[in-house]
Design a binder for this molecule. Structure first.
Ligand code: SDX
Length: 433
């Protein structure tokens, strides 16, 4: 096969000017043109709405190939991590770049377990929310509220120890907050973490346990949720992670940066899609399950309806996470003895879309959100809780990306623009004489 020649520089011709811009190649062969000097050399900036062609940073955390449907955390394929690892080990891997030794792992788990309790005064804020407040709004507020209880974490020049402790605190406390949000929505007393449980079991205990009863976690459910958290743990520079990095680039503290990530993830085009998928499938089911009709609606430009859980900015092939979750769906539901008719609708919808020219042409495949909600539902979570579960999984990715950005001393993020508004004009007092 002909060896591909990688140029050292890109040559840009602008009118009578020619400038050379350096080429930067990643460890997986991704190619880029470094435009750091573009404006100095030419007076021009680039314009790229939605950053579809723009790399914001160099990162060593996650690699994904959208054409080949590849996803790796720190070089490890997601398929292997989902099958053989657990969420705590994956969180350690994302934080520190290597898999832990046995001692490092037990130390990490012990430190995380020790910080699961949330300060009682946080409840004063929490109790102010109406019981039907959307879980993402509550989580976003509570995450930022936590910063008030750890003033040392506000120091932008905190040392490695302090930053590490803050990351562990956030990782440890989010399950407690998420479980409290669920308990409030069903009018139950909140539960407190029990350190005898592992991370996922503790979360399930606080979410579904009752003070008056012993809690026996179903290993099928613990395994399914652990796998879902692993699959959501990081995804390079997606909307919410880029938000965490952008907010962190101003030297804002990790709590505020993660709260911003929660806010970005809430959007229905991003993490909010997992809630929308279930609502869409329910709507199709109550409409008689006419899948063909809804596929046509999704194609109709005059119809705002989109096939939620389908399509992706980067994956132009199957989202590898969706493949794993789809397999887990069948496995978990059959082990739990659940037949959920919307799983059948989801499969019919996928089959219809993948045969339809509109979706094939645009390379629209099921993404991570298409099947995840069906498992969350089988575990017993209400639909409105699905996106906070996405946030719980994405948390180690957000924190790792924040840490990487701060350690590489990246400058404050401040994109430029092309102004298209009114040119200069003199003030005329039209309204006020
Ligand atoms: C996540 O970035 C990440 O990594 C995100 C994520 C992560 O782990 O962080 O993977 C998690 O957010 C997954 C995506 C969840 N969102 C959804 O499922 C919502 C439905 N999907 C779309 O809205 C859309 O596909 C996006 C937002 C995911 C991607 O949008 P893009 O890249 O901006 O693509 P686009 O909107 O320009 O679509 C290209 C074409 C358009 O048609 P044309 O104008 O070319 O005729 O495809 C069409 C779109 O109308 N299209 C869809 C569609 N998605 C795209 N048509 C119908 N249904 C859809 N779902």
């Amino acid at each position: 096969m002909k060896q591909k020649v990688i140029p050292q520089n890109a040559l840009l011709k602008l009118g009578d000017k020619e400038v050379e811009l350096p080429v930067v190649i990643g460890t997986e062969g991704e190619e880029s043109i470094d435009i750091n000097k573009l404006r100095d050399l030419t007076g021009y900036i680039t314009l790229d709405s939605g950053y579809k062609n723009t790399g914001a940073t160099k990162s060593a955390i996650t690699f994904l190939d959208g054409e080949l449907g590849i996803l790796r955390y720190r070089g490890y394929p997601i398929e292997q991590l989902a099958e053989k690892s657990n969420f705590m080990e994956v969180a350690y891997l994302l934080f520190y770049g290597e898999l832990p030794t046995a001692d490092e792992y037990s130390d990490f788990v012990e430190k995380t377990t020790k910080h699961t309790l949330v300060h009682e005064d946080v409840k004063k804020f929490f109790e102010g929310f109406p019981s039907n407040a959307h879980p993402m709004g509550q989580l976003c507020s509570l995450m930022c509220t936590l910063s008030s209880f750890y003033p040392d974490s506000l120091n932008p020049n905190a040392g490695k120890e302090e930053i590490d402790l803050t990351m562990i605190r956030i990782l440890a406390k989010m399950p407690t907050l998420v479980s409290w949000i669920h308990k409030k929505s069903i009018g139950h007393q909140v539960m407190y973490p029990l350190n005898k449980y592992d991370y996922v079991t503790n979360f399930l205990y606080m979410t579904f346990g009752m003070r008056s009863e012993d809690y026996i976690a179903d290993p099928v459910i613990v395994d399914a949720l652990d796998k879902l958290l692993i699959l959501h743990a990081d995804h390079e520079q997606n909307c919410s992670t880029s938000t965490v990095r952008m907010v962190g680039s101003s030297q804002a503290n990790p709590y505020a940066s993660v709260a911003a990530g929660v806010a970005a993830l809430w959007g229905p085009l991003h993490g909010g899609a997992n809630q929308q998928v279930i609502e869409m499938l329910e709507k199709i089911k109550s409409d008689g399950g006419n899948v063909a009709k809804w596929v046509e609606k999704a194609k109709d430009k005059n119809d705002p309806f989109r096939l939620m859980g389908f399509g992706h900015r980067v994956y132009k092939n199957f989202d590898p996470r969706a493949k794993i979750i789809k397999q887990a769906c069948d496995n978990v539901l059959s082990k739990l003895g659940i037949h959920d008719p919307i799983l059948d609708i989801a499969k019919q919808l996928e089959e219809a879309a993948l045969k339809d020219e509109y979706f094939v042409e645009r390379k629209l495949y099921p993404n991570v959100d298409f099947y995840s909600g069906i498992i969350y539902r089988a575990i017993g979570f209400p639909t409105e809780m699905f996106t906070v579960l996405f946030a719980l999984g994405r948390l180690p990715g957000w924190l790792s990306q924040w840490k990487e950005m701060r350690e590489s001393n990246e400058p404050i993020g401040r994109p430029r623009q092309i102004y298209v508004g009114a040119t200069e004009r003199d003030y005329m007092n039209i309204a006020i004489r």
